[in-house]
Design a protein around this ligand. Structure first.
Ligand code: AMP
Ligand code: ZN
Length: 115
């Protein structure tokens, strides 16, 4: 089964990659919802939060850790600027790609409650 995000990891599909290590890849969202919109994905194919197992606790925590590190590099990891970290879980919540991804959205005032 082909997966767009696995193809990006394997460099079979282009993306604007901003960070990579042995566990995760971070790239710019192709359809940004704010001036900063990044996707943090595990290199392991997990379809979504729906299927995370106890063994995945470490990678999910690591995704948040990397999000925080990137936010720090961008100067937004503070109480004034800030950013939003989102997992869309299931189609009703807006999930359209079934490879786990954490959205990092920032660079403008974000509304609450979300739509
Ligand atoms: P979601 O709707 O939560 O599943 O998020 C999927 C995100 O992936 C959307 O924000 C899309 O804009 C983004 N996206 C889809 N295809 C690509 C791609 N080839 N490169 C970068 N981002 C993508
Ligand atoms: Zn995948």
């Amino acid at each position: 089964m082909s997966c767009i995000f696995c193809e990006i990891i394997e460099r079979k599909r282009p993306a604007e990659i901003v960070y990579e290590d042995e566990k995760v890849l971070v790239f710019k969202d192709i359809n940004p919802q704010a001036p900063i919109h990044l996707l943090i994905i595990p290199k392991k194919h997990i379809t979504g939060i729906q299927e995370i197992k106890e063994d995945d606790i470490e990678i999910v925590g690591y995704m948040f850790f990397i999000a925080r590190k990137i936010a720090e590099d961008l100067g937004i990891n503070n109480y004034e600027k800030g950013y939003r970290l989102i997992f869309n879980v299931g189609k009703d919540a807006g999930q359209s790609i079934f490879h786990l991804h954490l959205h990092l959205i920032a660079g403008r005032k974000l509304n609450w409650p979300p739509g």
